[in-house]
Write a protein that binds this ligand. Sequence first.
Ligand code: SF4
Length: 334
Amino acid sequence: MSFTNRFGWSISRESLFEDCRRKYYFHYYLSWEGWKKTASPLRQEAFKLKRLVSLPLWRGQLVHYVTAKVLESMRRKGKIPPAKDVASYTAERFQQQLDFSRRKLYLSQPKKRGDRLNIDWLALFEHEYGRELSKISIERTLDESVQGVECLLRSPIIDIISKTDPAHWIIENIDLAEFAQVFDFEGARVFAKTDFIYTGNDGSFNIIDWKTFRRKEGDTEDEKTGKAGTQLGVYGYYAANVLGKPIEKVRLYEVNLLGPGNHIEQIINRENIDTFCAHIRGGISRLSSLLVDRDIDKNLPLPHRHFPKNVSDSCRFCNFFRICLDEKSSLRLE
Ligand code: SF4
């Protein structure tokens, strides 16, 4: 089967573009087809580096995965699973994944077999780069992962969900590692990525976004960057324009599983959708400005010199450091 590198837009894609154009180039273009044995060594390396994760990212992925499994279990059995079983399942996955990465099995084993994800597949940044991974940081990541799923089980929203009809639940299918919510916006594919959707007993259409980061007091980063309004608009557009739900019935709940577990309700309105439409047009225009003839159908990048490096202290922690700035590396793109 052959795949096409199709142009798309998502909040995270645009954020990577704004962060460092060269990183964006490595991630979305140089790494493409790097899984093939016939690909150049540089392309293969970019593909490998693209899939490295940091400890906080790993923690988030694991908590999201177990959360999806909890919801699947609730749908099958009609009750919330015991906290101790969920905690031990989380710890078991954690250890299996850590062992997989430590033994660098990501170099020899595929992430997907057929259309299913190998859930124990993990490539930690520190293992690939030979950086120190302290026992304390590993233990803290395990503790936080377990805390995250425990927080889910005692969060008020899980109780609300359990009283709704599971026939109307849409659970993120992590085993397939695919975005279920992809839609077309003026010729570009847009990824909405909803974690969980349920229909309330009052007929409301509820989208849940599980957050797995530690928000500092007074931290309003999303509001400052305007991401929050755009995010609401993405969900609103998807619910109203793609699924045809009445906009006044659509709700977004943010639940921070590394916080107290309370949910923050956001009501989505037409203004959010207008914000999103204006934002995404600008985003697609910026992203496509680095394509040959700005052609999003062909999606061919300009030569890499058009994607400048944004060098800073954080480059040492960038997945692509080796092929970008590491002078000891023989595989570098100047
Ligand atoms: S190492 Fe720095 S300059 Fe290079 S891709 Fe990463 S963030 Fe950009």
